[in-house]
Write a new protein. Structure first.
Length: 219
């Protein structure tokens, strides 16, 4: 296996080419202070006054202006076209956690591809931050500090079963699958939600205001 391009003891904010605001970036950088760009995400970082520590991708969407402004040593070409720039970047980062901005909310196909990457690269702990929600690949066991009445959705990207505590509709005995039973719009009934899964492939989706709860759970 190739060595990671970015190795950090601090969490990483990974910027994509989709829309995100200065407020979004500040939110992420306060929690993940190392800024990395996936290809055209470099332009968005520069426009918001942040120089990326690295740019990773096939370099087909970064502007000439950004390439001229960013030191060449920070630009890392991954030329294959079989995967997305999000996948290229995420698999190239070794950090405690990655917060990903600009990969959800712009185009449906890009959003779906990003969700697929979360599951395919589940060994890289990553939270995808969207306009209203966050999503991450569930580990085998997970405990979340939430509030009763809050929404919690589970979406399977592969066949998976599991167990839960603290949800209005328990998941034990349910065979989840992307073309079968899904777990959207469940509700929290306790201040601690415990989830266990028998196989990888489940996405957890929470309101964006619960970002810190997700970070604590994944760490």
């Amino acid at each position: 296996m190739n060595s990671p391009i970015v190795q950090s003891t601090q969490s990483v904010t990974l910027a994509g080419g989709g829309p995100f605001s200065a407020r979004d970036l500040k939110l992420a950088l306060q929690r993940a202070p190392v800024a990395v760009a996936a290809d055209g995400g470099a332009d968005r970082l520069l426009r918001l006054g942040v120089m990326p520590a690295a740019v990773i991708g096939d370099m087909d969407s970064i502007s000439d202006r950004a390439r001229a402004e960013i030191p060449l040593v920070r630009q890392h070409l991954v030329p294959e076209q079989a995967t997305t720039d999000f996948d290229k970047a995420l698999r190239s980062i070794a950090a405690p956690l990655v917060l990903a901005l600009g990969f959800a909310g712009a185009r449906l196909d890009h959003g779906l591809a990003a969700m697929s990457t979360l599951v395919a690269r589940a060994e890289r702990r990553c939270i995808l931050i969207g306009p209203k929600d966050i999503a991450f690949a569930a580990p085998a066991r997970l405990e979340l500090a939430l509030g009763p009445g809050e929404p919690l959705s589970l979406f399977p990207m592969a066949p998976v079963t599991g167990r839960s505590e603290g949800l209005e509709w328990p998941i034990a005995g349910i065979s989840f699958a992307p073309d079968g039973m899904v777990g959207t719009s469940n509700r929290v009934t306790a201040r601690r939600v415990r989830l266990e899964f028998d196989a990888p492939g489940m996405l957890v989706i929470l309101p964006r205001r619960r970002l810190d709860a997700a970070i604590r759970a994944l760490r």
